[in-house]
Design a protein around this ligand. Structure first.
Ligand SMILES: Nc1ncnc2c1ncn2[C@@H]1O[C@H](COP(=O)(O)OP(=O)(O)OP(=O)(O)O)[C@@H](O)[C@H]1O
Ligand SMILES: [Mg+2]
Length: 365
């Protein structure tokens, strides 16, 4: 903390000294400019009054002359101001350009392959990945296949690499080794557009935008009809609280969704994924903020809706993923167990530990 305080103090001191210097300059510049201006006016009036006295000039002409002289003087002041504003503006422009000129690291290949058969088979082949600058890999040597009509669940302690793993599917990051295949095509060989059209990802932290509820749901699919939006809200169990809000689907969501609860936010972002009706659904801990009853109802409705799709679910609660067709247990970025709930209970210590910490003996039976 002390270091941060010192850094803050240093930056502040720097800014302060600069501002003082600029203002000192301005303080001496402005009065001298004013002095020049006012002396000019005095001179004009002085010489003008002599001419008027002699009858060579009208009072009106003198006034006009003063006005013109003032205008010229003011422009000179503006030029002086420009010299102060210019460096500031150019510094800002350089920074803005830095952002605009940043090239994305993830690029589409020259020639894109498209996976025509729209099925949604997802395959990881010996995938390893580490974040830039990280000491150890976030994901190492992961291989599994997720098939349509099947739910693949990921479980593991915090920091075990679950989110990192699913971030590789829509190419938020590129793998270091191995490959991620969607419908048999490496994701690096597809265009990002066609890849992401196949995927709906509900992130761990749901993000809502300021706008109406239907706008927020429609963010998944711009041209969704009211009926589709309504259906998505029904499946995601959001309909009850939406109809309770003033204006229903037109109710206003504030920036970042600050006027809805965490669980409501999660349900809205699930609805957003559902309107897209993609081939692959990815839910990153999307049920964590729901009570058990809502969670159960949502999963029941989801199962019907996603019957033909590939579903990847990350969850901390064993109850959420007990009935998944395939459960993958992650620890430190490695797979330590893969199979159904029953198989893992017998074979995987890590899984058994997680289960016993959450469920009582009766529930297990
Ligand atoms: N953007 C990042 N840059 C560098 N390291 C990261 C980044 N995101 C995650 N990590 C590291 O990668 C590891 C795995 O993180 P990850 O987010 O995948 O965990 P997780 O399993 O999703 O955990 P949780 O259950 O808490 O969501 C962690 O050790 C974390 O410190
Ligand atoms: Mg996570």
């Amino acid at each position: 903390i002390e270091r941060e305080q010192q850094r803050f103090a240093e930056a502040n001191y720097d800014l302060c000294q600069n501002a003082i210097r600029v203002n000192k300059l301005m303080a001496s510049l402005m009065p001298s400019m004013m002095l020049v201006m006012n002396f000019t006016i005095i001179a004009i009036i002085w010489f003008g009054s002599i001419r008027i006295d002699n009858g060579d000039m009208q009072v009106g002409s003198l006034m006009a002359f003063i006005q013109y002289a003032m205008q010229i003087m003011m422009s000179l002041v503006m030029v002086a101001m420009m010299f102060i504003m210019l460096p500031r503006a150019s510094a800002s422009a350089i920074r803005i350009n830095e952002v605009l000129e940043t090239n994305p690291q993830i690029k589409d290949p020259e020639e894109t392959l498209s996976a025509d058969k729209a099925q949604g088979i997802l395959e990881f082949k010996n995938v390893s990945f580490s974040f830039p600058g990280a000491e150890k890999p976030a994901i190492s040597n992961i291989s599994f296949t997720a098939r349509p009509g099947e739910t693949t669940a990921l479980i593991g302690g915090t920091g075990s690499g679950k989110t990192s793993l699913i971030n590789l599917i829509p190419r938020f990051y590129d793998v270091d080794e191995g490959s991620v295949l969607v419908d048999g095509v490496d994701v690096r060989e597809m265009s990002q557009k066609s890849l992401r059209a196949k995927i709906a990802l509900v992130p761990q932290k749901s993000v809502l935008f300021s706008g109406s509820i239907s706008d927020n749901i429609r963010y998944g699919k711009q041209d969704a009809s009211d009926e589709e939006v309504r259906r998505a809200a029904e499946i995601s169990q959001a309909i009850e609280f939406i109809s309770g809000m003033p204006g229903g689907f037109d109710a206003v969501i504030e920036q970042g969704g600050s006027n809805v609860s965490g669980g409501q936010k999660q349900r809205l972002s699930i609805a957003r994924a559902l309107v897209r009706r993609p081939e692959i659904y990815i839910f990153d801990d999307s049920f964590s903020a729901l009570d058990f009853k809502t969670d159960a109802r949502l999963r029941l409705a989801l199962r019907k809706e996603t019957a033909d799709a590939t579903v990847i679910v990350i969850a901390q609660r064993v109850t959420t993923l007990m009935d998944a067709g395939q459960i993958i247990v992650l620890e430190d970025g490695r797979i330590v167990g893969m199979g159904t709930h029953k198989e893992l209970l017998n074979s995987c210590d890590v899984y058994r530990e997680i289960v016993y910490s959450q469920l009582s003996e009766e529930e297990l039976a």
